[in-house]
Design a protein around this ligand. Sequence first.
Ligand SMILES: *Cc1c(COP(=O)(O)O)cnc(C)c1O
Length: 439
Amino acid sequence: MKDPRKARGGARSAALFRRARKVIPGGVNSPVRSFASVGGEPFFVAAGRGCRVRDADGRSYIDYVMSYGPHLFGHVPAFLQRALSRAMRRGTSYGAPTELEVRLAERVAEMVPSIEVLRLVSSGTEATMSAARLARAATGRKRLVKTEGGYHGHADSFLVSAGSGVATLGIAGSPGVPEELAALTTVVPYNDVEALEAVFTTFPGEIAAVILEPVAANMGLVLPKPGYLESVRERTRKHGALLIFDEVITGFRLASGGAQALLGVTPDLTTLGKILGGGLPVGAYGGRRDLMEKMAPSGPVYQAGTLSGNPLAVSAGLAMLDELRRRPPYAVLEQGGSLLESLLRAEIDARGLSDEVCVTRLGSLLTLFFTPGPAVDFASVRGADTKRYAAFFHAMRERGVFLPPAQFEAWFVSTAHGEPEIRRTARAAGESLGVAFDS
Ligand SMILES: *Cc1c(COP(=O)(O)O)cnc(C)c1O
């Protein structure tokens, strides 16, 4: 970083951050927003529109964070504004059911192949923790298996260290998670069927569920190898464990039926979030009827929420899924994603950096890793040069492009990212790679 002041936002963001740190831990309400892993201070957003956000100091950025996934059609599309203002007039929350919830649940069950019955919650974290409780109750088993580098929200059972040796021991990844609980979560590398089979051998009859993202998007983007998900499906079935697909990112993004529809593998339970709420807090978990009927009040497994199925949030979700049906975005998303990928590759090649960085992409999800790759699991990307990523991030930001402030996140393309913005992004990336590899 040539000028350390550039690592900071403008004067108003800086002032807001000073105030924020006095009343909010680290000044942010979710750690990924803090710029901690790239250094410097976050900018505060004043507004978002289409594929752009504007910060408190009036600077505009082409946005690839996109709230980490919900904004498939860009920030505040007209259909969403209409749905929300209509919903507002009728009230914001009742503590009694509404038709909106029925419609959203019907719509999700129509769209996602494996979901017969679902429960609406208010976040992805609630969805995965509830699915885990259900899996444990349904199987009478305690152990969960997750993949290394897999993120499933911040519930205790999923915060198990992704660090190599410690991971297999189930050491808590966060203070405050009891070791006894963390020890019930076993971690295996993504894309590694043998490791999974070994875990079933080590813990016979103990594994309630295997949870993973069908396309891993939380260690940067890592694609499943051909046959991997099919094998996981087959092994879980053979050993009497449930398979949970965490489609909080991939759901409605890779296809209207999620990654499971795109890749043709059917889990027992699915978790959803992000796009499902169209930018408002909605999550869901669902799957086979016999499993879901175990939830209270039809069954004994307890899970609840004062604001679950909240009419404003559900209206946003319904508007989103309506729009998906009316104006399927997948061709446009693929075009945008593939244009961005090919232009990035051209910039990388032009600078002779193809042995230094690699790009993974599927549809509108993409990661530029500062490691040669191939990116197949967390071990293969964990060594990425995060210092160079930080320099790249700041250089992009100075050029008006907002990327995730961490190497191990996906970039999100929306239908609002047009060809001019994508070309501008690639030009900025070329220059920023120059900066990253000069420093
Ligand atoms: C974002 C995310 C979650 C957690 O969702 P929150 O709404 O942040 O609680 C869970 N799983 C995956 C795959 C996610 O990307």
